[in-house]
Design a protein around this ligand. Structure first.
Ligand SMILES: NC(=O)c1ccc[n+]([C@@H]2O[C@H](COP(=O)([O-])OP(=O)(O)OC[C@H]3O[C@@H](n4cnc5c(N)ncnc54)[C@H](O)[C@@H]3O)[C@@H](O)[C@H]2O)c1
Length: 256
């Protein structure tokens, strides 16, 4: 095994990925599968966007008991969960003046409570794991760090919402909180915050992309694969002394 292979070795690691059948979740599952990990994908809808040899489960991360039962069954089978990727996330796009309370609550529930319940369940079962080290990676967003620039949204009706940004800021903060609390138990907790990711299946408007590119030092949106390197790094022993960090991957957008 080469030096680099040893450092980033994820062979046989048991990895849970939430939001596994979404755009980024699919790439994360593929990346861990290609790293010879045992990949478990969780989503509310597992019909599409699947990777061969990934074990998928339908589960709503906002449901505590269901999540506990699912994690317990995974531990029964594999005796550990080495890596938890809290990737599932949602947003709502009405103008804030018309935001229904239900939309606000839904985004809070999935992004914040869902992330919390995943971490809580993972940690409460940790004593049963054969391996005595863990890594949790939360997926935040640049909009947990800065506000969206509404001038960009000339032909995209999906203006990012205050509640989305607030939950992502919460996820970044929760990352630090749990990094501190779980350090003694040998569980590292980090966050990856993507900038706007181009979606080839449901492309953002051309005007939006041009405006976004103008606002970004690297002059383009991200591709989903560009999030993967940081996730694999944070999951692996190469990051054995890295915890509590938020890695912002945004082509420099938040640098000016
Ligand atoms: N796409 C971007 O530009 C972008 C930018 C910054 C951050 N992010 C973040 O990246 C993550 C993935 O986003 P994406 O672009 O792949 O979105 P996506 O909508 O393609 O995928 C999200 C997945 O989460 C699943 N999901 C939703 N609610 C769930 C629940 N309660 N329980 C389990 N699964 C649930 C959905 O079914 C979907 O498959 C999200 O946290 C998102 O906020 C995305």
């Amino acid at each position: 095994m080469s030096y680099i292979e040893k450092m980033f070795n994820l062979n046989n690691k048991v990895v849970i990925v939430t939001g596994a059948c979404g755009q980024l979740g699919n790439k994360i599952c593929e990346a861990f599968k290609n790293s010879e990990s045992i990949v478990i994908g969780i989503d509310t809808n597992t019909e599409n966007n699947k990777i061969d040899d990934v074990e998928y489960f339908i589960n709503d991360i906002t449901k505590k008991e269901d999540t506990q039962k699912l994690y317990e069954s995974i531990i029964k089978k594999y005796e550990r969960i080495d890596i938890l990727i809290n990737n599932a996330g949602v947003s709502t796009f009405e103008n804030f003046e018309e935001r229904p309370e239900e939309s606000f609550d839904w985004v809070m529930d999935v992004n914040l409570k869902g992330t919390f319940l995943g971490i809580q369940t993972y940690v409460n079962l940790f004593d049963q794991y054969k391996s005595k080290q863990g890594s949790i990676i939360n997926v935040g967003s640049i909009f947990g760090v800065v506000s969206p620039d509404f001038r960009n949204y000339t032909d995209l009706p999906r203006k990012n919402s205050e509640v989305y940004g607030a939950t992502k800021a919460g996820v970044i903060q929760m990352t630090k909180y749990f990094a501190v609390h779980l350090a003694e138990r040998n569980i590292r907790v980090n966050c990856v915050s993507p900038g706007g990711i181009f979606n080839p299946k449901n492309p953002q408007g051309e005007g939006f992309r041009e405006n976004y590119a103008f606002r970004t030092p690297m002059k383009r949106m991200a591709n989903d694969e560009e999030m993967i390197g940081a996730i694999l790094y944070l999951a692996s022993d190469a990051a054995s002394y890295t915890t509590g960090q938020n890695v912002v991957i945004d082509g420099g957008l938040t640098a000016w």
